[in-house]
Design a binder for this molecule. Structure first.
Ligand code: FNR
Length: 189
């Protein structure tokens, strides 16, 4: 069976290195995973004032999460946490109260930064948020990718063989994780 995976790229920057990483992950995804990007750039800043009547962008974002079997977060670290845009998007998807789109939705977290600790602190922050949102997370492998110049081309070609092998394995493990979680979920989940 195939599984639909929606991926969120935490960065809105045109030259985002995390977008390059996401392209590499799409290339390495096993054929059973159907990869598609879920964009959050059109979402206004969330407030619960919207809960009574979600705007089209909010509805579309929640529908996109609902339509996939799993979510992959590919995020930079901004000031030792996740970018505000990504947190805003998660807040949108988690509401209105009682309609949290992440409940029982398997997820995985990965990211890259030029710094040596490669988004580790942001990922830890994101994992706390996803825990509260009741998303079953792939705990291992962890993936902290230090981005050196040219490591991944704009098209998502990985130039270092060890990194390529690691990312391929990450996507294979994510596939196994999704299949396992979904096999124990109720049919209507
Ligand atoms: C950064 N950067 C950064 N890097 C890091 O490893 N830890 C951090 O806490 C931060 N903080 C931070 C804050 C802000 C506001 C910016 C713009 C940048 C550097 C960051 O890793 C680098 O800009 C990457 O290129 C960001 O990834 P994207 O946006 O290119 O995918």
């Amino acid at each position: 069976t195939t599984h639909k995976v929606g991926y969120l790229i935490g960065s809105l920057a045109k030259g985002s290195i995390n977008r390059k990483l996401a392209k590499a992950l799409v290339r390495f995804a096993p054929p059973e995973l159907e990869m598609s990007e879920i964009s959050f750039k059109d979402l206004p800043l969330y407030s619960y004032d919207y809960d009574a009547d979600y705007p089209p962008a909010g509805k579309a974002f929640k529908a996109a999460i609902a339509a996939v079997d799993a979510v992959l977060f590919v995020t930079p670290e901004y000031n030792r946490s996740i970018p505000g845009g990504l947190k805003n998007a998660i807040d949108w998807a988690s509401r209105p109260y009682g309609t949290n789109s992440f409940t029982r939705k398997p997820s995985a977290v990965i990211g890259t930064s030029p710094g040596a600790i490669g988004t580790a602190v942001a990922q830890q922050n994101l994992r706390s948020v996803l825990s509260f949102c009741n998303s079953p997370q792939m705990n291992a492998p962890e993936a902290y990718i230090q981005f050196t110049p040219g490591l991944i081309t704009d098209d998502g070609e990985v130039t270092n063989e060890a990194t390529a092998d690691f990312l391929r394995k990450f996507m294979q493990d994510f596939h196994v994780f999704i299949a396992r979680v979904r096999s124990v979920l109720p049919k209507d989940a």
